[in-house]
Design a binder for this molecule. Structure first.
Ligand SMILES: NC(=O)c1ccc[n+]([C@@H]2O[C@H](COP(=O)([O-])OP(=O)(O)OC[C@H]3O[C@@H](n4cnc5c(N)ncnc54)[C@H](O)[C@@H]3O)[C@@H](O)[C@H]2O)c1
Length: 467
């Protein structure tokens, strides 16, 4: 059951009588309405009244309104203003640029800008590789979107995608010191997106594609990887795949199974599912059975696009057909990146003993985790209000830190696997259990561990290419 969380947090400024019972009346009214109070501040006090800021978590925007209405109905209470704390955080945007050099006098100016900067420009013109040494390129990533698949909300366009991209940039900085900048493109044409990224690439040490819908995202990423000499990474695909593979490694440790003996059902063969399957196959699992909205993916299925056809070729050893419920019978692992409420506890009961269920559709998973727990040994979701949250924040900051530190020109599946293993290994044997298969997103050791693992593989690749 959902609980009120900080995503819908309001601060209600209200006038109350200065009586001893006012605070109790207000807090119990919020409780009756189902809200959770997180702060109670008296901001002004007078003989005849007090002004209070009451901050509480709600379930939704409508629930926040119900709480405010309940407060307003109390005798002597006047609601002056309601602030949505999420919107307050977004006023004026979430990131900014700051200068790293002093600009106090003409001396400073002459070095940081003209005339001094001219010599640096000439040096780079003579030796373009110097851009990585003498400019922001070595630490800067473009977060590129066309706004076509924004969170779980769909095609909202580039402007509406900006708050997500700003958030992503803030996370890059916070967790890995990477300077990321949102690039929201006003086009959803594959060729235009590719060309636009190609044109801006000189500034950046890496490209993080974000919230670009499948199947367009596959072609855009593949073609940009061919064209550019910097790594291109679609987080919805590979960030998810890294964390899922890392979490699965630990889940299998918990139940004592080897991936080579496991039948893994992956439900959803879009951006996330395709990349998960690709990375899983690198670990030679017993079998992978992919399922999408039209059922099990098999080699004789008509009308498959190139992505599905390649999944069909490399999965489903026995070429079975059917629906999700058929695929689950005898499976060891379910990984869902598809749609809400597709099955219940009775289908988990048909899986092998010690089943692992990752139900990652957001915000509502493929199966209610409480239902899944009835028969599964390990359950994970994409949600922060359950244990084992599969969150891309565990991967992308460290991945780019490692790539930038290695001056990487490309990204490979071996780097993705190294990142997955690094995330898994942060959870040492003493802490590993069915409710703790991935580290906390606030564990400050994760990004450095991922960065070092990726840097090592990327540096080895560069050295091998030079040899
Ligand atoms: N860290 C995480 O928890 C995480 C990461 C990535 C994606 N997700 C979630 O996974 C879901 C898919 O994301 P995506 O970007 O890959 O989307 P997508 O649109 O690219 O792909 C969706 C896939 O789900 C399949 N699908 C839809 N309805 C289905 C049904 N009823 N039965 C079986 N398959 C069905 C579609 O056929 C498609 O293959 C979303 O809910 C997203 O929020 C979670």
């Amino acid at each position: 059951m959902p609980v009120p969380g900080p995503g819908y947090s309001i601060t209600v400024r209200l006038e109350a009588p200065p009586s001893a019972s006012a605070a109790g009346d207000l807090t119990s009214a919020v409780g009756r309405a189902g809200g959770v109070i997180t702060a109670f501040d008296v901001v002004e006090s007078h003989n005849d009244r007090v002004i209070i800021d009451l901050t509480c978590n709600a379930l939704s925007a409508n629930h926040a309104k119900d709480i405010t209405d309940t407060l307003e109905q109390l005798p002597g209470i006047v609601v002056r203003k309601v602030s949505d704390r999420t919107f307050l955080v977004h006023l004026g945007g979430k990131i900014e640029i700051s200068s790293k050099v002093p600009l106090r006098n003409r001396d400073d100016l002459s070095r940081a800008y003209t005339p001094g900067v001219a010599r640096v420009c000439q040096a780079i013109a003579e030796n373009p590789e110097d851009a990585r040494r003498l400019t922001i390129k070595r630490n800067t990533v473009a977060v590129v979107t066309d706004g076509s698949a924004v969170l779980g909300l769909g095609n909202l366009g580039p402007a509406a995608a900006l708050p997500v991209m700003e958030g992503k940039a803030a996370l890059f900085k916070k967790f890995a010191g990477v300077d990321a900048w949102p690039v929201c493109l006003d086009t959803q044409d594959t060729e235009e997106i590719i060309r636009a990224v190609e044109l801006i690439a000189p500034v950046y040490g890496g490209i993080n594609l974000e919230d670009i819908a499948a199947p367009r995202c596959f072609e855009i990423e593949a073609r940009l990887r061919e064209k550019l000499d910097i790594p291109v990474f679609h987080d919805d695909q590979h960030g998810t795949a890294i964390v899922v593979v890392g979490a699965l490694r630990n889940a299998l440790r918990v139940v004592g199974k080897d991936i080579s003996e496991c039948k893994i059902v992956v439900c959803g063969v879009g951006a996330a599912g395709s990349a998960i399957i690709r990375l899983l196959l690198k670990q030679t699992p017993g079998d992978v059975v992919a399922v999408d909205v039209d059922g099990i993916v098999h080699r004789d299925r008509p009308g498959m696009d190139p992505n599905l056809a390649s999944v069909a070729e490399s999965t489903n050893k026995e070429n079975v057909s059917g629906r999700l419920h058929d695929a689950l019978v005898g499976a060891d692992v379910f990984i869902g990146v598809s749609a809400p409420n597709l099955f219940g506890a009775e289908q988990v009961a048909t899986m092998n003993s010690d089943a692992i269920v990752f139900a990652l559709a957001n915000p509502d998973p493929e199966i209610d985790p409480m239902e899944a727990q009835k028969h599964a040994a390990v359950v994970a979701t994409g949600r922060s209000d359950f244990p084992n949250q599969i969150n891309n924040v565990l991967a992308f900051p460290g991945v780019f830190r490692g790539l930038l530190d290695a001056n990487a020109n490309t990204i490979t599946d071996e780097m993705l696997l190294a990142a997955a293993t690094a995330i898994a290994d942060v959870v040492d044997g003493d802490r590993l259990n069915a409710s703790f298969i991935v580290p906390s997103v606030f564990d400050t050791t994760v990004a450095p561990a991922v960065a070092e693992a990726v840097r090592k593989v990327a540096s080895e690749l560069k050295a091998a290419e030079r040899a």
